[in-house]
Design a protein around this ligand. Sequence first.
Ligand SMILES: [Zn+2]
Length: 503
Amino acid sequence: MMRIGYGGIRHETNTFSTVPTDVAKFKQLLYGEKEEVTIQNTGVRSYNGGFIDEAAAQGVELVPALFANAVPSGLITREALESLRDKLVSYLLEAHEAQPLDGIALTLHGAGVADGYPDIEGEIIGAIRKAFGPDMPIGVVLDLHGNITPEMVHGSDVLLGVKGYPHVDEYEAGRHMFRILTEAIRTGEMPKMRLVKLPWTFAPAKAMTVEGPAHEIQQFCLQVEREEEDVIHTTFFHGFPYSDIEQAGVSVVTIAKTQEAADEAAQKIAAFAWERREQLISKTVSPAEAFDKAEALVTDLPIVINESSDNPGGGAPGDGTHLLREMLKRNLPKTAFGFITDPEVAKQAAEAGVGATISCRLGGKTDKLHGEPIEIEKAYVKGLSDGKFVLVTPMGAGTAMSMGLTALLQVGNVLVVVGSVANQTRDKCPFEVMGIDYTQMRILGLKSSQHFRGWWQERSEIVPCDPPGIHSGDLDVYDFKHLNRDQYPFVMDKTWTAESILR
Ligand SMILES: [Zn+2]
């Protein structure tokens, strides 16, 4: 019976965040050692859930090592990265010594940055390669926002990412990667890969794959896979500009039976994507503009205004007040915000109790960029909760999440969900867990860039807004220290041809 060790360390690091990421942050979201990893992921639509189901389907023995995943936030501490890395490697070695492993499957992100380690995935893959030697097959599944480095690709035998943004295909990507890895082990033929790094960076704000240019690129990747017999898999990685490292940017990774096929597919996809670069430039949209647009919409569906710039799913604090301030100012009937993070106010509401009226300073406490605290004179405490729910969106359905101690405040006409632990809103749960029936609402505010679309796209009209913040689509506002500025759109007339990659 084939025996595969698995695990990983996953983090999308927004180096503009002032909130450091330590081991406690990983333990707060998702952390498991050995059997815990399999227990946490069984029946879940996650990458690891994909490994588990594919292993079961193939009759492969899966040996869990360590899996740690934190909500995107600031730089990972050196201590956290080194201790998690060492644990992952030692648990894999322990499993290998008990009975030899035939391969290793890793779930990583691609945009993790630690103090002293600008490329944590390259570091982790390298550490495992060093411990197991050149002959151990290593497969890696990554997020589409990975800033892919040569170290990641050269250190592994199979490396691919999700194709969807929202990442509704994490489970399928996990299964697919696992299938390619086990097939390679069975045949003894490792596939060939090609990495192309384009001189291009774009923000997530306009890059959803449900429609538009990123959708066209995604479809082209699928077309290449269908039409080219020797091509096994292709990924167009969007990259993550808020990880301020030299290697941040767009890339293509292809996997094929031959090097020629991998090269050719990478070249084609890179050229196709590069032609669409202008369409992915994003500029600021104020909450007032978004509300004007929302109020003018004629629709029976609820309208969702998403605050992209304070997306905790991209490392922003989640306590920004730009959109909520506008919502309170307009004070329209049937409006709700789900949710803003402010543990102080949630606690204050809990102490006052349901039915009480409090005055508070809400949000805006992490930094100045995302808006000043909102002074609220009268907030009625309508409900309280432990903030726990289980995701229903296709992206991660079955995953247990928590907003921590959560209060539902009514401020004028507006219902405001105030959580204690930052995270992005992916589906209806942050509203529903507080008793808000979203179908009865006219306008809903939430913090997310695209992942909320995995659930909301079909159930609402969407109006994006992008006020100042560390996850803004407008890259001109960032003071990049390391990112290579000799790329598009910093250099608007940057020239590049995909032909150049093969030299
Ligand atoms: Zn992502």
